[in-house]
Write a protein that binds this ligand. Sequence first.
Ligand code: C5P
Length: 226
Amino acid sequence: STPGDLSGTRIVITAGGTREPLDPVRFIGNRSSGKQGVALATAALRRGATVTLIASHLDVPVPAGLTVVDAPSAAELHDAVTDAAEEADVVIMAAAVSDYRPAEVQDAKIKKEDVGDELTLRLVKNPDILAGLAAAARDGQVIVGFAAETARSDDDLLSIGRAKLERKGCDFLVVNRVGWTEGFALDTNSVLVLERGGNVTAEASGTKFAVADRILDAVTAPARAS
Ligand code: C5P
C-alpha cells in the first residue's frame, strides 16, 4: 500500500449502522460503530483515491478530504449509494443495514398512556442494497460486501460466507466473526476476503486500519491487473 497507488480510483464506501425510525424520537438500530468503514475510507484517501463516504450512524469522526453523504436509514442509504455508484469504480458496502424497518412510522411520539402494557411492532423487509448494486454493476465495476456472522467455527464462517457471496452476487465478500465481545466497537478486526467463486483471496488481522489496507489491496487487484 504505497501512498498514491489508488490515485484515479473512485471509491464509494458505506459505513455505520442504519437507524430505522419508529416515531420522531425513536429508532431500531444496531451495534455497528462504523470504525471499519471509516478506516477503509481513511486508508483509501491516504492512498490517493477519490472517496465518497455514505454515512449511517457513526461512533467515530470522519477524516477531512472526502465527500460525505449522510444516510441515517436503510432507505436513505439505498438512494445515496445507488446515486454515488454511478460514478464509482469500487463500491464497498461496510454499513450494517437493517434487514427490516417498522411497517409504519408514527408522526407523533408513541405514548405508553395510549398503548398500554404491550406494544407490538410490525416490521417489513428492506430491499437488499448490495444485491441490487451487484445486479446493476457496470463492466469492470467492483462491488464488495461485508458479512458479520456469529459463526460457531472458522469452517462454519467460511460456508456461511460462501453461500452469502453467491446469494448477493457481488465480486468480493469480507467476512468476520462477531459476538457479544468481538467485532463491533473494537479497534481491531480479523477478516477473510472471499472472491467470486468462494476462494479466500486474503486474510487479515490487526487494527481496523491495517485490515482496511489489506481489503483495499484485495479488492483493487482486478483493476490493477487490467
Ligand atoms: O445479509 P447480510 O445483512 O448479512 O449482508 C451483509 C451485507 O449486505 C453488507 O455488505 C450490508 O451492507 C449489505 N446489506 C444491504 N442491504 C440490506 C442488508 C444488508 O446492502 N438490506
